[in-house]
Design a protein around this ligand. Structure first.
Ligand code: PEP
Length: 249
């Protein structure tokens, strides 16, 4: 089985107590598998509980859903990288479509966050994806490659080793619609070619996200271009999520 990465984005859900109950059930239903990495992205409030509850399993890592690029300061409501690390995070999502399109985060800001994470020795999960109108205008590749270049501006080959890219078409997130496996694989191939232009020497994992569920995950993961999945809704049920990660072995 080739290496696969399964990432759960819990968004603004799952309290610390629910996190502990989830972990108990999920850990009982799964065992570590060679080459399969599992990441959980709880809300900042539940990060420490997640780190504690999943802490015994070396195949599981915790990440923040967002971080600020400044290490400290007057940024009410934001989570710095030292705060996230202190709560047990070893990486973070950057530029998730809800950060870009609900909170107005720019390409330049995503680049700052990626660099700050890499400088701190953490893993950056850079999310890219086109809106429906961009897809319909035939701009998918142009949009995701622009987001990729901006997100990775100033990142050297060494830093690329701690980068994960997630292709998440905006129109597919939380909507029940998703790209066909072949469509997604085409975009992944374009992203991979650009990653190598940008100086990545090792294979940077490129995940797919957007209404992934048990019914479509196997087909997506059968594509050699797709190195894993980033999942919102279908990661909220411990048994259902255990079944999905079971595709990885
Ligand atoms: C996400 O939150 O990144 C996501 C892909 O959500 P969903 O799986 O619910 O579409």
């Amino acid at each position: 089985m080739r290496p696969l990465l399964f990432a759960a984005n819990w968004k603004m859900q799952v309290t610390p107590g629910e996190t502990r109950r989830f972990a108990e059930q999920f850990l009982g239903a799964t065992a570590p598998v060679d080459g399969r990495s599992l990441w959980f992205f709880p809300s900042a409030v539940s990060m420490a509980s997640a780190a504690d509850a999943f802490g015994g399993r070396a195949d599981i890592q915790i990440g923040a859903q967002d971080v600020h690029w400044e290490p400290k300061g007057a940024f009410t409501g934001a989570t710095s990288i030292p705060l996230a690390r202190g709560a047990g995070a070893s990486g973070a999502l950057v530029g998730h479509s809800e950060r870009r399109h609900v909170f107005g985060e720019t390409d330049v800001e995503t680049g700052r966050k990626v660099r700050a994470l890499l400088d701190a020795g953490l893993t950056a999960f850079l999310c890219v994806g086109e809106k429906l109108e961009e897809r319909e205008a035939g701009e998918t590749e142009a949009v995701v490659l622009r987001q990729l270049r901006a997100g990775l501006a100033g990142v050297a080959a060494e830093g690329m080793r701690r980068v994960v890219v997630a292709y998440e078409p905006v129109w597919a997130i939380g909507t029940g619609r998703n790209a066909t496996a072949e469509d997604a694989a085409r975009v992944h191939a374009a992203l991979r070619a650009e990653l190598s232009n940008l100086g990545a020497t090792d294979r940077v994992p490129v995940l797919y996200g957007g209404s992934v569920n048990l019914g479509n995950a196997r087909g997506l993961l059968a594509q050699p271009e797709i190195d894993g999945v980033l999942v919102g809704g279908a990661s909220l049920d411990p048994d259902g999520w255990a079944e999905i990660v079971g595709i990885g072995g």
